[in-house]
Design a binder for this molecule. Structure first.
Ligand code: HEM
Length: 153
């Protein structure tokens, strides 16, 4: 499989973890379905509140994130895009049905990602802060408050 499979499999990282409510304000405002209203209820009190990214099994690394997508229950616009797009939707449905297929592709795509070379970035480096390469020391100096996010992601 090619790049669309990489995109779908890597987004499967959202099978675990949580997001701060203000990351998906757009989705709550634009859509009026039951799921979006549920998100809005969780988030109405405080924009810093957390929302599970995989609404079925939030703490298990499995394929339930894709099952949720087939039920239109993706939290981010980028999650929902995977089930709305004609190229990626069949891959989402395949991973929803076949956990082993997701695991196999996730391994391949993570290894491929680790080999991506970009200006200013080392190949395969593990970032101290998720938001910038380790080479960008100047900004690292003021990024102490992001360490917690990097460690949890
Ligand atoms: C289209 C690409 C992606 C977008 C737009 C995206 C966006 C986001 C956003 C906005 C958050 C919430 C951050 C917060 O609230 O502080 C998040 C969390 C997370 N993302 Fe992604 N992400 C993408 C791809 C990935 C990939 C490739 C992985 C891993 C392979 C991944 C793994 C995670 C995890 C584990 C969390 C939860 C962090 C935690 O609970 O501490 N994401 N993502």
């Amino acid at each position: 499989m090619g790049e669309p499979a990489d995109l779908v499999a890597l987004s499967g990282g959202h099978t675990v973890g949580r997001a701060r409510c203000d990351f998906f304000r757009d989705r709550m405002r634009r859509q009026d379905d039951t799921f979006s209203r549920k998100l809005a209820v969780n988030c109405s009190k405080d924009p810093n509140r957390l929302q599970n990214l995989d609404v079925i099994t939030p703490d298990a690394f499995d394929n339930a994130y894709y099952i949720a997508l087939t039920n239109n229950q993706g939290v981010f616009t980028s999650d929902m895009a995977l089930i709305k797009d004609r190229t990626t939707a069949p891959i989402v449905r395949q991973f929803a049905k076949d956990k082993a297929a997701f695991f196999t592709q996730f391994v391949k795509s993570m290894v491929k990602l680790s080999k991506v070379q970009r200006p200013g970035g080392n190949v395969g480096e593990i970032r101290r802060s998720c938001f910038r390469t380790n080479g960008q020391n100047l900004v690292d100096a003021v990024a102490g408050d992001e360490e917690g996010f990097a460690a949890s992601a």
